[in-house]
Ligand binder design. Structure first.
Ligand code: ZN
Length: 307
């Protein structure tokens, strides 16, 4: 009798956590001393601790620079574990590429490790404006235990458009060129290695999200400013490190398609209630399209009404 109960309980206990391996962070070497940490492409969950995005780090001769601190305190700790597989050097600088939760809610952890944090002033303003909503959303998806210890901590150093620094042997050029997925998105360019970290300016493999905090028109411009560097290696905000070609296809291609398709729909007198009739099947190869395609079209519709 007891045994039967136990056997029934085990699958129930595992259920909310999904496949054990699905949420592991994957370490992906990009080029010498440069790495991507690839989180899962789906939503935040108790298993991934809010790390449903791609992060990156660079091992310089004077310590580690981390690009984006993860979606929670415990998520940041997990990112640090991955870094420690490569180097015992401390994380001395953290760059937040934007205001989305997984770009910055791990700041407190790395600050406690002694890191300084850099972000655009617009990203910090966005973080401040949305921190409570983000924590509420995160708690509902990751759970009280997963979110434990997560406190909003903001950048020590902010900039308006660009910020350049050299740590040890490595030069970093951060640029905020406009409102993209979030108001304060920046890219991080390593001119010596020709590596580009894009944050949420680039999504590959999965469909990007145009939300109320996004601006699809300026997102296109932010993409072009990033692409003008012709990066040899590109670490996206979501998906594995890749090429500029794939970023053009999965992000720029989709944004341009969506804006044109919604504009045509409106020109033909289309009503918001019928927005689902726009055919987005050319982009059904991107994960999460079932949940995002319609919402993205709705958001662009609202934007175009005001353009
Ligand atoms: Zn993101």
């Amino acid at each position: 009798m007891r045994l039967t109960k136990l056997v029934l309980l085990i699958p129930l206990l595992w259920l909310p956590f999904g496949e054990p391996s699905a949420a592991e962070l994957e370490l992906q070497p990009v080029t010498a001393k440069v790495y991507a940490i690839v989180g899962e492409l789906g939503n935040r969950s108790p298993k991934n601790l809010g790390n449903n995005a791609t992060f990156g780090f660079v091992v310089t001769s004077a310590g580690v620079v981390l690009i984006d601190s993860g979606g929670s305190y415990r998520g940041a700790e997990r990112i640090h574990q991955v870094i420690k597989q490569v180097t015992q050097q401390p994380v001395v600088t953290v760059i937040n590429t934007g205001g989305q939760d997984h770009r910055w809610l791990g700041n407190d952890y790395f600050k406690q490790q002694g890191a300084g944090i850099i972000a655009s002033a617009r990203a910090v303003a966005d973080q401040r404006a949305r921190s409570q909503d983000q924590l509420i959303g995160l708690t509902s998806l990751v759970g009280v235990e997963g979110v434990a210890g997560t406190n909003p901590v903001y950048a020590d150093e902010t900039f308006d458009e660009s910020f350049t620094f050299t740590l040890g042997d490595t030069r970093f050029e951060i640029r905020h060129s406009g409102h993209a997925h979030t108001p304060g998105d920046s890219h991080v360019w390593l001119p010596q290695q020709e590596v580009m970290f894009t944050g949420d300016i680039v999504y590959v493999e999965r469909m990007l999200g145009v939300g109320s905090q996004s601006n699809s028109k300026h997102w296109v411009e932010a993409f072009e400013a990033m692409a003008a560097h012709q990066p040899r290696h590109l670490v996206p905000g979501h998906g594995k490190a890749t090429t500029l070609e794939q970023a053009r296809k999965d992000t720029l291609g989709y944004l341009l398609f969506l804006r044109a398709a919604v504009a045509e729909f409106m020109d033909n007198g289309g009503d918001m209630s019928d927005i689902g009739s726009i055919d987005q099947s050319d982009f059904h190869y991107l994960l999460n399209h079932e949940t995002l395609a319609g919402r993205n079209a709705q958001q662009v519709f609202t934007e175009l009404e005001w353009e």
